[in-house]
Design a protein around this ligand. Structure first.
Ligand code: LER
Ligand code: MN
Length: 271
């Protein structure tokens, strides 16, 4: 297992100075602390100067573990289960841009908030639209050698796919080998009965892993047991990234990222 850090950026337009500054600072910090890779959120890959981005990631020898896509939902309302065919098409086209972008970096693409919410619709209706959309995206991704990961999110962020069991049901209906689950300890701590058991039960489908402690602070500052969590992941032969996605707490970004790294590194050594 390798360690990655989610680098938070203020906007997805790479040419926006703030984004470039945040990203550069974040990647340099991750490298300095000892992380093996970074994870980045991109609202619209078409606004990113890919050549420049690839240039500085290559220079720092930092791979990209995964690309987050939720900003397209949060900022622009794009959802691949929208009842409005125009919005759904725009969301699908945007995710295809994410897939093309991720293929350049050998990264996975996260399907989190961009799957939208049920709101007043039946689960079956949203599920049907989700499967239709994922079929199209999985085929596009397969052509580019990219894997998609569906992230169950806690009930306060979405009312559609909160648990690993629900995500597995999606995968079984979809039956595409390049789509897996992204398990996030923060969401799992709210929705799963037992984190370690869920990891063991759904391990075969887990292709990416996010970690934060129970309070979404850095691992080591809440009450999750990362020894037993990473042991369970190890037991299901997980070989992907353990990607730190936590609030800049305690003490700000650098202190939190350092504490997370130290906590996880010592856990990995004990495995
Ligand atoms: C994204 O990976 C995530 O975990 C969500 O909580 C973001 O809203
Ligand atoms: Mn997450």
């Amino acid at each position: 297992m390798k360690l990655a850090l989610v680098v938070s950026t203020s906007d997805a337009a790479f040419d926006a100075l703030a984004f470039k500054g945040d990203l550069l600072k974040g990647v340099e910090m991750a490298k300095r602390i000892g992380y093996d890779a970074v994870e980045i959120a991109v609202r619209d890959p078409k606004l990113v100067n890919v050549k420049e981005l690839k240039g500085f990631l290559d220079e720092l020898k930092m791979p990209v573990a995964a690309v987050g896509t939720g900003q397209a939902y949060l900022v622009e309302g794009l959802s691949i289960t929208s009842e409005d065919p125009f919005i759904r098409r725009r969301a699908l086209d945007r995710l295809k841009d994410h897939i093309d972008f991720a293929s350049i970096f050998g990264a996975k693409v996260i399907v989190g908030l961009i799957r939208g919410k049920r709101e007043k619709r039946t689960f079956e209706r949203v599920f049907q639209l989700f499967i239709e959309s994922l079929n199209e995206l999985a085929d596009h991704a397969a052509g580019k050698g990219v894997e998609l990961v569906i992230e169950p999110l806690n009930r306060y962020e979405t009312d559609f796919i909160n648990t690993l069991q629900e995500a597995k049901m999606v995968l079984q209906n979809l039956n595409k080998p390049n789509v897996g689950i992204l398990a996030d300890t923060f969401h799992m701590n709210i929705e799963e009965v037992n984190l370690e058991e869920s990891i063991r039960n759904f391990g075969a489908w887990i292709k990416h892993f996010h970690v934060a402690d129970s309070n979404r602070w850095a691992p080591g500052s809440g009450h999750l047991n990362f020894d037993s969590i990473l042991k369970a992941l190890h037991e299901v032969n997980y070989e992907g990234y353990v990607s730190v996605e936590c609030l800049p707490l305690p003490g700000g970004q650098e202190e939190a990222a350092t504490l997370a790294f130290k906590t996880l590194q010592s856990v990995l050594k004990r495995l």
